[in-house]
Each structure stands twice: as structure tokens, then as C-alpha cells.
Design a protein around this ligand. Structure first.
Ligand SMILES: O=C(O)CCC(=O)C(=O)O
Length: 235
């Protein structure tokens, strides 16, 4: 892998896709740990008001906090670490590993930015690892707006509007997708039994660890630590 080229592509697009980075065997191992935790009908953790207003139906889990060491090996994958450093520079830090489960028939995730884009230097990096194939049959494809990490705040508007420049990603098992926290992104509704993704979030040096506490949706700014809508964004 040419890290400089990949980093340039990331900074140009606001996202990057690396197919086949992780072995199917490793992914199957993680997938079975994740499913062992959730089962097929886990309870939601966020408040119902948030789930409904955000149009985001995801159940998070932090497997490393439960001592699941299988997830450490991926975190310390040499290529992922080297690529992260090429993108974020020296002094970057791994935040945590968070799995996300969405049930059959749920909405996915509406357009959002993981953190406020007011300062271009202050952002998180999503490093999304897919332990299963995402495709039109399963649903849950990932939508990104190329270059939107440079466009400031996601405009207020219809939460699931289609943008003419949006790109639809259907990551296969073993793929790594990196997304800048200011890039507008969204997940389509889930048609299969379930949808899983695993996010190894990271931050550049001098970035607060709670950088993703306030999330930007098209209809609100939401603060997770207080479970509060900080701003209702009217269209
Ligand atoms: O699960 C995915 O593919 C995307 C996750 C996402 O939107 C996020 O972590 O902000």
C-alpha cells in the first residue's frame, strides 16, 4: 500500500475504502463474538425520542471494555496503524472500538457528521471494519458525500434526502472504510436479518476525547452525554 497516495485520496474525498484488508477467518471470529453478545433481538440503549428524531436505529457495544481480546488484533493491525498515522500525523490516538448492530427492517442512520465542523483541525476519524458483506440484498449500504468534510455544517433539511453527488458504498467482509468525522454520511435501511459494523475511532493529537459528544443531524444538534437536543434545526 502506498500510504502517501492513500492519505492524499482520503484528504481529497473525506473518506477512503480499502478492500480485503482483513482475512475472512478473522472477520468470522469477530462476527461470532459480536452476535454472541447481541443475539438477534437486542434492546435499544438510546432513548426512544432520540431514535425517532435522529432516524438512527443502532445499538452500540464496546467489546474491548468487556475484555474481548479478539478486537485488539485488528486495532493493532500494522497497515491500519501506518495508514492512520499517514492521515492524522504523529501523536494520534485510538479512542475505542464500538460495534453497531441494526435490526432487520430498521432505518439505518440518517445523514450526520460525527462532530461539529466549526474548526477544521478538530475532528474524529472513523475506521470502520466490516465483519459481514453489506450489499443491496442485506441493505445498510453506506452513503458518503465526497469532499463534504470541507463544506462546513451539514445543511438543515430532510433527514434522508438524496444528494446528486452522493456515493453509495457496499463494503464486503474484511473491508476497511475510513471516514473523516466532518464528512456527511448515512446508512440505508436494513433489509437482511441484521447489520453489523465495527468502528475503531481515532483522533489527531490535541483533540478532546469527547469530540463526538455532539453529533450534527439535518434536523438537530444532539449531545449524547446529556441526551439533549441542543438545537432544533428548522428547514
Ligand atoms: O456503520 C457504518 O457503516 C457507518 C457508521 C457511522 O455512520 C458512524 O459511526 O458515524
Amino acid at each position: 500500500m502506498n500510504m502517501t497516495e492513500l492519505s492524499n485520496t482520503f484528504w481529497q474525498q473525506g473518506y477512503l475504502v480499502i478492500e480485503g484488508l482483513f482475512s475472512a477467518e478473522n472477520m468470522d471470529k469477530l462476527q461470532s463474538i459480536i452476535l454472541g453478545h447481541y443475539g438477534l433481538n437486542p434492546e435499544y440503549e438510546h432513548e426512544a425520542a432520540f431514535l425517532s428524531k435522529s432516524a438512527t436505529e443502532v445499538i452500540p457495544w464496546f467489546p474491548q471494555l468487556s475484555g474481548k481480546q479478539g478486537f485488539d488484533e485488528i486495532e493493532h493491525c500494522n497497515q491500519m496503524e501506518t495508514l492512520t498515522e499517514a492521515i492524522l500525523g504523529k501523536g494520534w490516538k485510538s479512542l475505542y472500538c464500538m460495534t453497531m448492530f441494526s435490526k432487520k427492517g430498521t432505518k439505518g442512520q440518517a445523514w450526520h457528521q460525527d462532530c461539529l465542523p466549526d474548526d477544521p483541525q478538530q475532528f474524529n476519524l472513523n475506521r470502520l471494519v466490516y465483519t459481514m458483506d453489506i450489499n443491496a440484498h442485506v441493505g445498510g449500504e453506506l452513503l458518503v458525500m465526497p469532499g463534504s468534510h470541507r463544506l462546513g455544517k451539514l445543511p438543515a433539511g430532510e433527514v434522508n434526502e438524496d444528494f446528486s453527488e452522493q456515493v453509495i458504498l457496499a463494503p464486503q467482509k474484511g473491508t476497511l472504510v475510513m471516514i473523516h468525522g466532518h464528512t456527511w454520511h448515512r446508512v440505508l435501511p436494513v433489509k437482511g436479518e441484521y447489520r453489523l459494523s465495527t468502528n475503531y475511532r481515532a483522533i489527531p493529537q490535541n483533540t478532546p476525547e469527547d469530540i463526538t459528544d455532539i453529533c450534527v443531524y439535518r434536523n438537530m444538534l444532539y449531545q449524547f452525554s446529556t441526551s439533549k437536543v441542543l438545537e432544533d434545526r428548522q428547514v
